[in-house]
Design a binder for this molecule. Sequence first.
Ligand SMILES: Cc1ncc(COP(=O)(O)O)c(C=O)c1O
Length: 434
Amino acid sequence: MVSFFNMKPPTKRQTKDTDLVMPPTKQHLTARELFLNHLAQTTDSPLLLEIKQAEGIYLIDQQGRRYFDLISGIGVSNIGHRHPAVVKAIKKQLRKYLHLMVYGEYVQLPQVELARRLMLTLPASLNNFYFVNSGSEAIEGAMKLAKRYTGRTELISCLNAYHGSTQGALSISGSEKFKTAYRPLLPDVRHIRFNEPSDLELITQKTAAVVIETIQGEAGVRIPDKSYMQALRQRCTQTGALLILDEIQCGFGRTGKFWAFEHYDIVPDILVSAKGMGGGMPIGAFIAPKHIMEVLKSNPILGHITTFGGHPVSCAAACATVGVILRNKLPERALRKAELFKKLLIHPRIKSIRSAGLMIAVEFESAQVTKAVIDKAISYGVITDWFLYCDNAMRIAPPLTISKEEIRQVCGILLKAINKATNASSDALLREDV
Ligand SMILES: Cc1ncc(COP(=O)(O)O)c(C=O)c1O
C-alpha cells in the first residue's frame, strides 16, 4: 500500500538555461559598476579585486592573476580556500537536505555531529552548543545568556576590543570612534584596560559577565600575560561574573593551540567562536556548560531564536574543518610556521612583530608607511591588511595550510614591497640560511 511515507518523490523539474538568464538591462553594467552602484559601500576605497576562483592560499582574479591570500578573508579560511574535505562534506550534505526548520526543533545530524567533534577539542564543562550564523550573533547570544543566568545586567569588556557590529556587540566593543554615531547603545557596559591587573577590581557582584578576546585581534594582535588571564578567571569566579572568551578571530588553531585559552590554563564559562569554524561557510557558536545554557528554555521559553543558525551545510563544512585541523596537527605546525615568518621578516623599517602563532602584526613607524607597504604588496600579488584599531601594523594571518616554501616566497615579496614603498636603500633580501 502506498502511504504518505513511502510515496515516490515527484520527478525533478529540469532547470532550463533560460531560468538562469537575467532579463536584459538597457545599459550593460560591468560587475564593478554594479558593485559600486548597487551594493552597499562601507568605505570610499574598497579593494575592488574581482576574484574568479579561490584555491588553497591563492585567489585568482578575472585576468588569471594569482594572489597569495595572507589574511584568509580575515581569519576565516584557516584551512585554505575550498579545502577538498570541506567541498566534499558540503556536496554530501547538499544531496540530503538544506534548511529544514528553525533552530532547536529537529535532530539534524550535521549539528549533533559538530557538537560531538567540538567536544573532542574542549574541556568537559563546555558541553553545550548554540550554533548561529556569525560572530556578532554568537556574541549577542552569549551576552543574553550571561544576563539570564546571573540575573545581573552589567557587562564589562576591554578598551580596544572588537566583538562585532550589531548593536549589542558594538556596545561592548572598545572603540568610541565606531560607537558614537550609533548611541544610545546598551546601558550598563563598562570598559577595563586589556592586560591591566589593577582594573580587575572593577569586576564586582553586579557584573553579569566579562567579555574579552583571549588574544585581541583588531587592536593589532595583543597578547595578554598568563598571570593576568589567571587573575581575571579568579576574579570572575570570586564575584560570580561569567567569563566569556571571544575566540572568533583567535580560535580554531590559529595561535598554536586549537583554542587560544589553552595557552593560559583557564576555562571560560562561555566560549564564543565563528570565522574559521566553517572552513569558508557562515557559522558561529556560543558554547557553555549545559546547566548554564538551560536557562534559555524557560521564563520565557525560546530565550534565543534563530532561523538559519546551525545551517546543516555550514555544520557539515565545520565538521570537516575540525577534522582537517586535528588530523593535520595544524595548530602545532602554525607555531613553527610563525617562527619562519619572524626569521624572514627582518628589515630596518619593521619596528616589531607581535605574533600568536599565525596571527601576526608587523609594526611600522606610521600608518602611511603601513598603507604604502600593503598597497605595494598587493600590486606584487600578496594580500595583507591593516587592523581596525591599529593602522601602523600590517596583518598577516594566512591559511594555516601555507607551506614553508610559500612562506619563503611571500616573505621575499613582502621585503621587496617594503623596500619599494619606503625607498629603503638597504636591499633587505630574503635570507638564504633560514
Ligand atoms: C574578535 C571578534 N569578535 C567578533 C567578531 C564579529 O564577527 P562577525 O563579523 O562574524 O559578526 C569579529 C570579526 O571580525 C572578531 O574579530
